[in-house]
Design a protein around this ligand. Sequence first.
Ligand code: GLU
Length: 292
Amino acid sequence: MRNEPCKFTTRFAPSPTGLLHLGHAYSALLAHRAAQDANGRFLLRIEDIDQTRCKPEFENAIYEDLSWLGLNWETPVRRQSEHFHDYMSALDILRKKNLVYRCFKTRKEIVDEIARAPHLTAQGPEGPAYFGAPLPADEERSLLDEGAPYAWRLSISAAKDFLGDAYEDLCFIEETPDGERAIKADPSLFGDVVIARKDSGTSYHLASVHDDALQGVTHVIRGEDLYHAAHLHRLLQAIFDYPAPTYRHHRLLTDASGRRLAKRDKAATLKALRESGAEARDVIARLGFSDA
Ligand code: GLU
């Protein structure tokens, strides 16, 4: 860990799975301006654990787009794909504490199971929240011997037992332009979330929480689509004894018909704007920022 954890530090953490659009520019500019205003640090982190969806050309476009917007960031940039070993060590900590279990089920098997027992399933922010259990040791052994692939799920009930009363007291700070609020965390929203995927051996949640702590991030500034993730991230921070950053979840930009901007909307990408001759200063003004 760095030894200056209290200096205002924020980050922009895109995944290079497509071209950045105006919504990403808004997020990056907000974080960059916040760091400037606080005389703090602005980091860029490449969240590229999904090795099939992430592409070098999208990563290069991130650097080009952000430079075009006039942003500067500390180097070296942390690229998560270079740190799988760190995430494996974090997973090992969860394993040693018996907070995770292997899940051999396919997505379809989980969906079918939930359909059979909807009364046992809560609705989560990303669909039904699945709560499972480790397999009996002999069944698990034979699946392992067969080489069956598996994910690791975080057991919410084990996490509750592990933290005891502290589980109920978990909360995170959300800062808005009107002030800050302490939000009671409900980490069970996602059920026994997959914390290490079959393919990558980690997950967005594990890698992101790990890196925010490692990089001394004091303020997580990101879109409100990730608001619910903060509930789970707060639990992971408590388990790992990481400091809890302050959160600022911002509104998401929409297109003329009110739909959220997505990486697949080619016209709103920063690359398309750049190539059409748009000026960065006009884009920045259009997003509601004054000149730096
Ligand atoms: N990598 C995530 C994304 O591109 C952002 C993660 C975060 O800011 O916590 O949506």
